[in-house]
Design a protein around this ligand. Structure first.
Ligand code: SF4
Length: 125
C-alpha cells in the first residue's frame, strides 16, 4: 500500500470517528428522551416544591381539594390525571407510574397526579 493511500485511509477513519463523537456531543438531549431510556429523575415534592404548591399539584389526584381547585370538580374534573395531560412526557402517552412534566424541569410527576395546569392530551384515552 502506498503512503498516499495509507494516509488517506487513516484520515478517513479519523474523520468518521470524529464526526461520530461530535454527533453524540452536540445531539439534542431532552429530559423526555432521558426518561424514555430509564433515567431516574427525582419526584416532585408536592409539599416543598413552590411550583407544585402554586399549581395545587398532588401525586394522588383524588386527594385534590376540589373546593379550592374547582377545575378538578365534577364528573369531568374527576377524569383529569397527569397520565392524560398534554404536558406529561412530551405529549407521548405512557403507562409508566411517573413521567416528566414540562412544568417541572428534571423532575417526574405521578401519572395518577394532577395540577391546575392540566390540559387534555387528545392522544390519551
Ligand atoms: Fe400533571 Fe399536567 Fe400538571 Fe404536569 S401539567 S403536573 S402532567 S396535570
Amino acid at each position: 500500500m502506498s503512503n498516499t493511500r495509507r494516509d488517506f485511509l487513516k484520515f478517513s477513519t479519523l474523520t468518521v470517528a470524529g464526526a461520530a463523537f461530535l454527533g453524540k456531543a452536540i445531539a439534542p438531549s431532552t429530559v423526555f428522551a432521558q426518561a424514555a431510556k430509564g433515567a431516574k429523575l427525582p419526584m416532585v415534592d408536592e409539599k416543598a416544591d413552590p411550583t407544585a404548591k402554586a399549581l395545587g399539584y398532588h401525586a394522588d389526584a383524588t386527594k385534590v381539594d376540589t373546593k379550592k381547585w374547582a377545575k378538578r370538580a365534577g364528573a369531568e374534573g374527576a377524569k383529569q390525571f397527569c397520565s392524560n395531560c398534554l404536558l406529561l412526557n412530551g405529549a407521548k402517552v405512557t403507562t409508566e407510574a411517573a413521567a416528566p412534566c414540562s412544568l417541572f424541569p428534571n423532575k417526574m410527576v405521578a401519572s395518577k397526579g394532577w395540577c391546575n395546569s392540566w390540559v387534555k392530551n387528545p392522544a390519551a384515552k
